[in-house]
Design a protein around this ligand. Structure first.
Ligand SMILES: O=C(O)[C@@H](CO)OP(=O)(O)O
Length: 250
């Protein structure tokens, strides 16, 4: 008998309006651009063409992931499946960089500091102040977090808040034999990939997740991938889009 495997599909939201403007976004709740809406629909079409039909979807609390899930599932005729949402799948909180232009930030602080903030594992940007127009202070969706609500995060912080959700509710759905779709964000999905593939703190810096490209993982009962790194349903388009993410700010 072949060992039990389950299927997890990771989908980064389609291009957002702030992706197209090249702004650090984090927890700011911006919508998809028109291009991003098209990417989400195309992502759903790829799921359908590949016979990859989710039984349940997990999303963040941010509309670019929620809308992406809705559009993709509608295109795949799976708009009716149960939905679970959690702040633990939110994008990394980008602290005081939220709302700032990536190109200007690179010019102002230089390559080394820019990369440290953007892709180092354990250096968070400066915290955002409550007075900043892009702060999430007072946002009702995070009321339950109280003083635990982040004001900045590095990727290590995202791993810490995301891991219990991956090994809890997501693993439970997988263990029940469900095909699981996770619609989330560039950096929260980098945290998922790091945990699944056991990527080192240094190695994860080079991993970039493209928008709107479904990434399939078949996992054993210990959440170990059958194929390391998973499989993009459209590998060529995903590689080109991931390279574009890596080059943001240039
Ligand atoms: O701005 C952000 O929140 C993220 C994702 O768009 O950007 P980066 O890829 O620079 O971490």
């Amino acid at each position: 008998m072949s060992p039990m495997t389950s299927t997890l599909i990771l989908l980064r939201h389609g291009e957002s309006t702030w992706n197209s403007l090249n702004l650090f976004t984090g927890w700011v709740d911006v919508p998809l651009s028109e291009k991003g809406q098209g990417e989400a629909v195309h992502g759903g079409e790829l799921l359908k063409e590949n016979g990859l039909l989710p039984d349940v979807v997990h999303t963040s609390l941010l509309r670019r992931a929620i809308t992406t899930a809705n559009l993709a599932l509608d295109a795949a005729d799976r708009h009716w499946i149960p939905v679970r949402r959690t702040w633990r799948l939110n994008e990394r909180h980008y602290g005081d960089l939220q709302g700032k232009d990536k190109k200007q930030t690179l010019a102002e602080y230089g390559e080394a500091q820019f990369q440290l903030w953007r892709r180092s594992y354990d250096t968070p940007p400066p915290p955002i102040s409550e007075a900043n127009e892009y702060s999430q202070a007072g946002d009702p969706r995070y009321a339950d977090l109280g003083t635990d609500a982040p004001v900045t995060e590095c990727l290590a912080d995202v791993v810490v808040r995301l891991e219990p959700y991956l090994r809890g509710p997501i693993a439970d759905d997988l263990a029940a034999g469900r095909t699981v779709l996770v619609a989330a964000h560039g950096n929260s999905l980098r945290a998922v990939v790091k945990l699944l593939d056991g990527i080192s703190d240094e190695g994860i810096a080079a991993v970039n997740i493209p928008t709107g490209q479904p990434l399939r993982y078949d996992l054993d009962e210990n959440l170990k991938p059958v194929i390391a790194g998973g499989t993009y349903l459209d590998p060529e388009a995903a590689a080109a889009a991931a390279a574009a993410v890596a080059n943001q700010g240039r």
